[in-house]
Ligand binder design. Structure first.
Ligand code: SF4
Length: 369
């Protein structure tokens, strides 16, 4: 049976849930790598691995969600809580542009007191002063805002878009199975709501990414359900540009589980490439896995190295501090046998610009992009 499924996967045929689960549970490591890389080459025959230069900016860490896996947030009134001023925002964006950056990933906690006007002002301020793509506000933030303002999700998205929002990151998906979400983040939006925000954004013509945070309390079958939910929506909207699976990091969080192994990560990446036959780009997670595993991941279906992450706070708060400069990322890609190319948010190659990034060593990673 496994040979039949593997041969269907090799031919690029769509795997159903039962077939995918058998492959995931039973196929050996090299078979999964071979199948996933074959699919990667069918989608991206050129020997190119892309990356984006961007900065993760957290406009606030104040959050009422209290997710058990999060080491980043502060409860309202707690010491260390912040909301960035427009001046602080401007300094960060200026530095990003000076380093050749093309986008900012702007995300925050679910702040109880920031209304839609705050977000509209922030977006307008950025667009009035900087030529930069704003990839911002993951579905839980949108759902929180809609509920706070008593507005429909679509109306919130429309107003944010009018103010300058360009695209939406796929954060806050964790595992799109409510049984898992109720254990991890009971106050966050449901799977249905997460998918509804993305569907609404796609319908309005916006592109988004999708993520999966795994390796905590979920089963393989639940990971697969997550992938299938994304595939089903993508069939209808074609709005996801990329999928980014990343592993849960337990330090400083309320969840005491062991982090996923490199083998588990690579197998999951390969299965993502095979199941998500309608999402073109698959991103490695060097921030949580480190550069060595990320390099190997380029043989497990991934075609994108993700972001240079000039700044990152969320994963760093969970004790993981991998850092890579643009030069290091390019060298890792070259050493793996590919040509590194900078891209923009829409996965279009940007003209080669050799910025002097030598001094740009302070990168940490964030996720949820
Ligand atoms: S993951 Fe996001 S929503 Fe959850 S507690 Fe952290 S900042 Fe808040």
């Amino acid at each position: 049976m496994i040979e039949t499924i593997a041969s269907r996967a090799w031919e690029g045929e769509r795997l159903n849930k039962e077939e995918a689960l058998v492959l995931w549970e039973k196929a050996d490591f090299y078979t999964l790598a071979t199948l996933a890389h074959h699919r990667r080459l069918a989608l991206h025959p050129q020997s190119i691995v892309t990356y984006v230069i961007d900065r993760n900016i957290n406009y606030t860490n104040i959050c009422i969600s209290g997710c058990r896996f999060c080491a980043f947030f502060r409860s309202p009134g707690a010491e260390g809580g912040f909301v960035l001023s427009q001046g602080e925002l401007a300094d960060k964006i200026e530095e990003t542009l000076s380093l050749g950056g093309t986008q900012i990933l702007l995300q925050g906690g679910m702040h109880p007191d920031l209304g839609l006007r705050f977000y509209e002002d922030m977006l307008r301020f950025i667009k009035e002063h900087f030529p930069i793509h704003i990839h911002a506000f993951s579905p839980p933030e949108i759902v929180h805002l809609a509920s706070r303002e008593n507005l429909e999700i679509e109306e919130v998205l429309r107003r944010l878009r009018q103010s300058g929002l360009d695209s939406i990151p796929g954060g806050g998906a964790e595992i799109l199975v409510d049984e898992v979400r109720s254990k991890l983040s009971p106050k966050k939006c449901s799977s249905r709501e997460w998918l509804a925000v993305m569907e609404s954004a796609h319908t309005l013509g916006m592109k988004t990414t999708a993520t999966m945070m795994f390796g905590h309390v979920e089963t393989l079958e639940q990971r697969l359900e997550h992938l299938l939910a994304l595939r089903e929506l993508q069939d209808r909207t074609a709005g996801f540009t990329a999928f980014i699976p990343w592993t849960f990091q337990p330090d400083n969080t309320a969840l005491k589980t062991k982090p996923a192994t490199a083998m588990d990560y690579l197998r999951t990446l390969a299965m993502s490439r095979l199941v998500l036959d309608n999402i073109r780009n698959l991103q490695v997670s060097w921030v949580t896995m480190g550069s060595g595993v990320a390099q190997v991941a380029l043989q497990f279906g991934a075609n994108d190295f993700g972001s240079t992450m000039i700044e990152e706070n969320v994963v760093a708060a969970a004790g993981v501090r991998y850092r890579l400069s643009v030069e290091q990322i390019r060298k890792i890609i070259v050493d793996a046998g590919y040509e590194p190319r900078q891209r923009n948010t829409f996965y279009e190659l940007v003209a080669m610009q050799v910025n002097n990034h030598e001094g740009h060593k302070g990168h940490e990673g964030n996720l949820r992009s």
